[in-house]
Design a protein around this ligand. Structure first.
Ligand SMILES: Cc1ncc(COP(=O)(O)O)c(C=O)c1O
Length: 349
């Protein structure tokens, strides 16, 4: 049956779920993953971009010709730029300097203004990317500050669409839902929906080592001060409004190294070219599954595509420079013009 969409925006959502066949190598459990990179902008954030913009239009916060300002690690910016372009809005994005070049370039391609701030500053510092975005929004006319962290249109969209989609696709048969939390919109919105359908479904948050969310869940206060980590888009050094800890049952800590190695394993063994936060959630799911003795069905959200990270996790040099792989592990890398001759030698031509 053919279906013609009225605009690219209508193609957001209804992303596929697939079963993993090779990862983990041995387990009594079943692992399913929801592929959010099938969204037209390449990530789960397309979903909330529409929600934030439509919510602002309804409330009269965004008027024709207006400007959308956001603090973003990239994907929300792309989703917003995507929706804004088709609706005639301008965009200004503020992002920390750890964000990959590819993510900055694509935003600029949509015509957005991209402003970079230092990553290693405290949330109280005026240079912190969220503070810079707020400052710009306060000083720009006809401007809407999308505020993905605290604007609850974010988690509501996941409650109304992502949650029901998962329930329907899994036919109501899942035991454990695992996701990371950046703004917290995905895990909180989906978590609330699934708990309402079946309170026995466990909601597990995978959290990077260095994020404070794990401590806030377990200790109701920060025990280990926030520390830097390299996985993008997940974990926090503050508590966003969209994080609803009451819908979560457990937290699992995951290191950068575990996340980056799993990112590479996913493309090589499952043909899934996803970003490191996807791999982080899967590592979290596998660690959690190791404590469970009866067979369970896990569903893990994979938030974005790996194409935005070619210069990072998919670069051997970057992996070696950051201590995630050794030269010996990477093996011979051919990348010069006459490399085919080296390869000829290797195979005896
Ligand atoms: C790459 C990536 N993964 C995961 C997430 C987390 O999703 P959420 O903001 O819904 O918690 C984000 C959010 O910024 C992200 O950019």
């Amino acid at each position: 049956m053919s279906k013609i969409y009225n605009s690219i925006i209508e193609t957001i959502g209804n992303t596929p779920i697939i079963k993993l066949n090779s990862i983990p190598e041995k387990s009594i459990h079943e692992f399913y993953v929801k592929l959010e990179y099938f969204n037209p902008g390449g990530s789960v954030k397309d979903r909330i971009a529409v929600a934030l913009i439509e919510g602002a239009e309804k409330r009269g916060d965004l008027k024709p010709g207006g400007t959308i300002v956001e603090a973003t690690s990239g994907n929300t910016g792309l989703g917003l730029a995507f929706v804004a372009a088709s609706k005639g809005y301008k965009c200004i994005f503020v992002m920390p300097d750890k964000i990959s070049e590819e993510k900055r370039a694509i935003l600029a391609a949509f015509g957005a203004k991209v402003l970079i701030t230092p990553t290693a500053v405290a949330p109280t510092d005026p240079r912190y990317y969220v503070n810079v975005a707020k400052n710009i929004a306060d000083n720009t006319k006809n401007c809407f500050y999308a505020n993905q962290y605290h604007n609850i249109d974010n988690r509501e969209r996941h409650y109304k669409t992502t949650g029901p989609e998962i329930w329907q696709q899994m036919d109501g048969k899942l035991d454990i839902f695992v996701a990371g939390a950046g703004t917290g919109g995905t895990i909180s919105g989906v978590g609330r929906f699934l708990k309402e359908k079946n309170p026995n479904i466990k909601i597990v948050c995978a959290d990077p080592v260095g994020s404070i969310l794990y401590d806030l869940f377990y200790h109701k206060k920060i025990v280990d001060p926030p520390a830097g980590y390299k996985v993008e888009g997940v974990g926090e050094d503050f508590l966003p409004e969209n994080v609803e800890l009451q819908y979560m049952d457990d937290f699992v800590k995951v290191t950068d190294k575990e996340s980056f190695l799993m990112t590479r394993e996913l493309i090589q063994k499952e043909s899934l070219c996803v970003g490191p936060s996807s791999a982080m959630s899967l590592v979290g799911a596998i660690k959690y599954s190791e404590k469970i003795k009866e067979k369970k069905k896990f569903l893990v959200v994979l938030p974005d595509s790996g194409k935005a990270y070619l210069s990072k996790v998919y670069s051997n040099k970057w992996m070696i420079d950051n201590g995630f792989l050794t030269e010996k592990e990477v093996g011979q890398v051919f990348n010069k013009v006459d490399d085919y001759q080296n390869y000829y030698k290797e195979i005896g031509i």
